[in-house]
Design a protein around this ligand. Structure first.
Ligand code: GLN
Length: 200
């Protein structure tokens, strides 16, 4: 659970629903590759956010995660969180200013309009080698009932797109990805996130 360089780099993984352990493993690997020191911990309540430089919001069901972050009191704490957020799949829906579904109370931290399940249902899940700005060779991305962004505000940098669907963005310290980077055996995107939030 610990990695080892003297940079304060504690990372939390929102652990209300979704594949938390894969996210922990991916951040452990990325941290080791960068030679970092810090703790990676599941986040289930507002206190767990203390001392974190970054928070990953995993995939899952965005309508459910949205309800759970309100119920646990995490909604306000995440809105006030000063670190970077690594929002993946359902996380990308929840972090958007317009989540594209009135049932979702979104965090509103990245100015973009989302189309949920943009590629179809579970059986239409797919894998693709995508170009991502900042990476020198394609990234093998796994899409599971993935959303896309269809519009982004100024100041949101689109770093990957499939046709008209925006599948990866950066906005200040935050990143949002329509796919599941924790399932690819490739930590390059995690490393971009860590380098950005820790000023490496
Ligand atoms: N389709 C889901 C949603 O919008 C996201 C799927 C996922 O996170 N793998 O909630």
């Amino acid at each position: 659970m610990n990695y080892s360089r003297t940079v304060a780099g504690n990372i939390g993984i929102l652990a209300l629903q979704g594949d938390v352990s894969e996210h922990i493993k991916a951040f452990e690997r990325a941290g080791q590759e960068l030679g970092l020191q810090g703790e990676i911990r599941p986040v289930k309540s507002p206190n767990d956010l203390t001392g974190l430089a970054g928070l990953a919001i995993p995939g899952g069901e965005s309508t459910t995660i949205s309800k759970l972050i309100i119920k646990t009191g995490l909604f306000e704490s995440i809105c006030r969180f000063k670190g970077g957020i690594f929002a993946t799949c359902a996380g990308m829906v929840i972090i958007a200013t317009d989540p594209g579904d009135p049932r979702i109370v979104s965090l509103g931290l990245i100015g973009m309009k989302i189309e949920r399940n943009a590629f179809g249902s579970q059986k239409d899940s797919f894998e693709a080698d995508i170009n991502v700005k900042g990476l020198d060779f394609p990234y093998h991305a796994i899409f599971i009932r993935a959303p896309v962004a269809i519009e982004c505000d100024n100041g949101v940098e689109v770093i990957s797109q499939i046709g008209r669907g925006i599948v990866a963005v950066r906005s200040g310290k935050h990143m949002a990805l329509a796919f599941h980077p924790e399932l690819s055996n490739d930590t390059r995107i995690h490393r971009i996130f860590l380098e950005n939030i820790l000023d490496l």
